[in-house]
Write a protein that binds this ligand. Structure first.
Ligand SMILES: C[S@@+](CC[C@H](N)C(=O)[O-])C[C@H]1O[C@@H](n2cnc3c(N)ncnc32)[C@H](O)[C@@H]1O
Length: 293
């Protein structure tokens, strides 16, 4: 039987999460924005190996708990292993979010880079809301791809040489229409939560701006370079004909697809360990309160 896709992506998940937030920013959100001063029970939808648990539990008051739910058996067993020798109370559950029913027992439902993979995100958001007690919170850390794509600077090149923003904008919109899965969902969540009746909605943007500095030594920047490569920055495009054909199939013109191929190829050929690259992923962090009042 073929292995579940995300179960093969543990290394990708472990090497890329640090590109999105500085630890002090997450601490700022917990302490000053969400003001979590009492123990809370958190449920993480599509938790992977428990990334959010790792980041949040050390910042939360003693007695807080973390429950991670994911379809990936391997990811979940890795999560159990990682928390095994820690003082934190954690539970990991293997389940398909489309099917699981979760009781209304949690104080906070969270997601990180999960809703973009759902073909009916509003249905899943409702499920997240239904898992939270009255007065609790929903917090979604989700991408806004076009914002990330507009936030590259590779020294020596105009942005328009390496990223075809207009084409990508159209492509993401067409993909979302065809599949329901939306890489720009981060920017839409404030409206979606409002439609579903969430109160006191607010939205922040991730703080991290990654700078690959050509003036620092290789040892210091190796980690960042490999994380960027793992996240697909400067990916070498596959076979030209296949690449172009797959873009045209997704709804862009032949000319746009060819230009996109040339840009991606140029980026791949120009990006190396000694490049000067600045990139901000621009994740959106949307949150609000579940209240019957
Ligand atoms: C990009 S990963 C993010 C994982 C984790 N939240 C993180 O940021 O490290 C997307 C996750 O969603 C999970 N996922 C996708 N579809 C799912 C479903 N129908 N039910 C449960 N989990 C699902 C995948 O298994 C994967 O772990």
């Amino acid at each position: 039987m073929e292995e579940y896709y995300w179960d093969t992506k543990l290394d990708y998940l472990k090497r890329t999460r640090d590109l999105y937030y500085n630890d002090d920013y997450i601490e700022f959100l917990v302490k000053f924005v969400w003001k979590l001063t009492k123990p809370v029970n958190i449920v993480d939808f599509g938790c992977g190996y428990g990334y959010l648990g790792h980041k949040l539990l050390p910042l939360l008051p003693d007695g807080s708990t973390y429950t991670g739910i994911d379809k990936g058996k391997h990811l979940i067993s890795r999560g159990r292993e990682l928390f095994h020798d820690t003082p934190y109370e954690t539970t990991f559950i293997v389940s398909d979010m489309n099917e699981i029913e979760i009781e209304r027992t949690y104080d906070i439902a969270v997601s990180h880079a999960f809703l973009l993979h759902m073909s009916e995100p509003k249905r899943i958001l409702q499920k997240m809301m239904n898992s939270v007690v009255d007065g609790g919170k929903i917090i979604c850390f989700e991408p806004h791809w076009i914002s990330g794509m507009s936030s590259y600077y590779l020294d020596g090149y105009e942005q328009s040489q390496i990223v075809q923003l207009g084409m990508l904008q159209k492509l993401y919109e067409k993909d979302a229409k065809q599949t329901g899965k939306d890489g720009n969902i981060g920017a839409k969540l404030p409206q979606y939560l409002s439609d579903l009746g969430v109160k006191n909605i607010d939205c922040r943007v991730s703080d991290k701006v990654n700078y690959l500095n050509p003036d620092v030594n290789i040892k210091e920047k190796e980690g960042l370079f490999h994380s960027l490569k793992e996240d697909g920055v400067g990916d070498v495009p596959e076979n030209k004909e296949t690449y172009i054909a797959s873009l045209v199939k997704r709804g862009v013109t032949l000319e746009e697809a060819q230009e996109q191929y040339d840009s991606v190829l140029l980026f791949a050929q120009s990006f190396h360990m000694n490049s000067s690259l600045v990139w901000a992923p621009g994740m959106k962090i949307t949150f609000g309160e579940i209240t019957s009042k």
